[in-house]
Design a binder for this molecule. Structure first.
Ligand SMILES: Cc1ncc(COP(=O)(O)O)c(C=O)c1O
Length: 349
């Protein structure tokens, strides 16, 4: 296994023994198996300023369920979101297959969501979903005033406003407002326990009491009411203590790394500058060649920059997602730029 990896979620950083050792320091003798999950739900509800919060085994389950709850309450099975939302791209369309919901994509897949595009949706909507940041276009974020205006469209239409906050922790320094103020714009919020927080897996859904109670029924029906989710909860509590306070530091390093890459002239960064610790790098080589070059570099130099790039519309180019977390702080900006240039040179050879 490669010893140095930039991505905080690379396999080398998910060593079970190292994780268990860290968690042991976080818990003591006594206390039942339900306590860590209850503590986590309380902590997230407090952070996001919601009356209730519920643990889910995955964001996939949590979001499909809450969109169903919003649809049942409003009597409208359609929800709107950016064309690249996780629900439509990566969940085998479970919203339709399992829950009978209809997805209304809004705006251009390569551009951030706009108020005008939302206003132009004629179909009655049960919910509108915002993904902050918008991962598939590099982790972009709307400005605060723009976001408030967009959520206003949901209010005007009587649709619920739902936040895919898989990376809300990473987005918060951009807004420089308390998490509760950002979450307070929405009727329901999902946050991830394993991305920025570097937990094991899992999600929390935060909302008012009736929404969370209705979501709990569907969690049980889908087999998501895990009785012993405490290791996931403990890992997330650890992440809230150790990772959440460092998000601005990670974002600042991402900005420095992106600047070094852009200055190298070989690749472009999106967005430029990054607004979260996650951003995209567009490389002028085909995806297959880039992946083979990154793997060869990992083998020879023991440094893994990325494992898989995404093909771009132009077959001669590809897109790489980079995320700066604790491991990324150990990579100087010029080192990352140099390694990427080496990947491109090797992919062209
Ligand atoms: C933006 C976004 N939403 C939702 C999810 C789903 O989360 P989970 O992997 O917990 O199902 C992901 C996972 O990558 C994501 O990136």
């Amino acid at each position: 296994m490669t010893k140095r990896a930039l991505n905080p979620h690379a396999a080398v950083h998910r060593d079970p023994h190292a994780l268990l050792t860290r968690l042991l320091a976080h818990t003591g003798p006594g206390g039942g198996p339900d306590e860590p999950v209850a503590a986590l739900e309380r902590r997230v509800a407090d952070l996001l300023g919601t009356p209730a919060a519920l643990f889910f085994p995955s964001g996939t389950m949590a979001q499909q369920v809450v969109l169903r709850v919003h649809a049942e309450r409003t009597g409208r099975p359609a929800f709107a979101a950016h064309p690249t939302c996780h629900l439509d791209l990566f969940e085998q369309r479970g919203y339709a297959a399992v829950h009978g919901l209809r997805f209304h994509p809004v705006g251009d897949a390569h551009r951030p969501l706009t108020t005008a595009a939302l206003r132009a949706v004629a179909e009655p909507l049960g919910a509108i979903l915002w993904e902050l940041p918008q991962r598939e276009i590099g982790g972009t974020l709307p400005g605060w005033d723009e976001l408030v205006e967009q959520v206003g469209v949901a209010r005007e239409r009587g649709a619920a406003a739902h936040l895919d906050g898989a990376r809300l922790w990473e987005a918060q320094p951009f807004y420089d407002r308390p998490h509760a103020e950002i979450a307070g714009l929405f009727d329901s919020v999902y946050v991830s326990l394993y991305k920025g927080l570097r937990g094991i897996r899992g999600a929390v859904l935060a909302a008012d009491e009736p929404t969370v109670a209705a979501a709990g029924v569907w969690r049980t029906r889908l087999g998501g009411a895990l009785p012993d989710a405490w290791p996931l909860a403990l890992a997330a509590l650890h992440g809230l203590d150790t990772q959440l306070p460092r998000m601005a530091e990670y974002r600042d390093h991402a900005v420095a790394v992106a600047a070094a890459i852009a200055a190298g002239g070989v690749a472009t960064v999106v967005p430029d500058p990054p607004v979260t610790p996650m951003f995209h790098v567009h490389l002028p080589v085909p995806a297959e060649a880039a992946d083979a070059a990154a793997a060869a570099l990992a083998e020879e130099e023991d440094v893994l920059l990325f494992r898989r790039s995404a093909p771009a519309a132009d077959p001669g180019r590809c897109v790489v997602e980079l995320t700066i977390g604790e491991p990324g702080l150990g990579f100087a900006p010029d080192e990352v730029a140099g390694l990427l240039a080496a990947v491109v040179a090797r992919a062209r050879a």
